[in-house]
Unconditional design. Sequence first.
Length: 165
Amino acid sequence: MFSKSKINEPGQKQADTETAKPAASSAPASPAPADYKPAPPKAKPPASVLSSDLHVTGNMKTTGDIQVEGTVEGDIRAHLLTIGETATIKGEVIADDVVVNGRIVGRVRGLKVRLTSTARVEGDIIHKTIAIESGAHFEGSVQRQDDPLSPGAKSAPAAKANPAS
């Protein structure tokens, strides 16, 4: 092996020098992504916004925040859900924090539910805490539960709604 490298030494030295340079440059590259990776979790991502000209048919689910300004026909599950004044939701809304400025036709489930003066809700609200501003329009029942986000909270009001129909 030693004699073989002497025969190919001039070509190998150049190849070794060239391979050593990329290896050296690739070594600092691995700490750079490690330094870059912790930065995104520090900054909270902005809320996803559905604009007023957008019409969505289907269910949406996220662990982040959503601001709806358009129309959604389907269920929405999020951490913080803000329904804009121009928005209409036809379906169930489930979130830790729900702020309603627009219209919801369907059940609302949230730890904290706020209906502003421009809100219109047609459906049951299951909540841990609720705030309803003067001027808000609400038709349905209100039920307080310690854990309104649990699936068991969904079946009890549905049983009440069916016999009333």
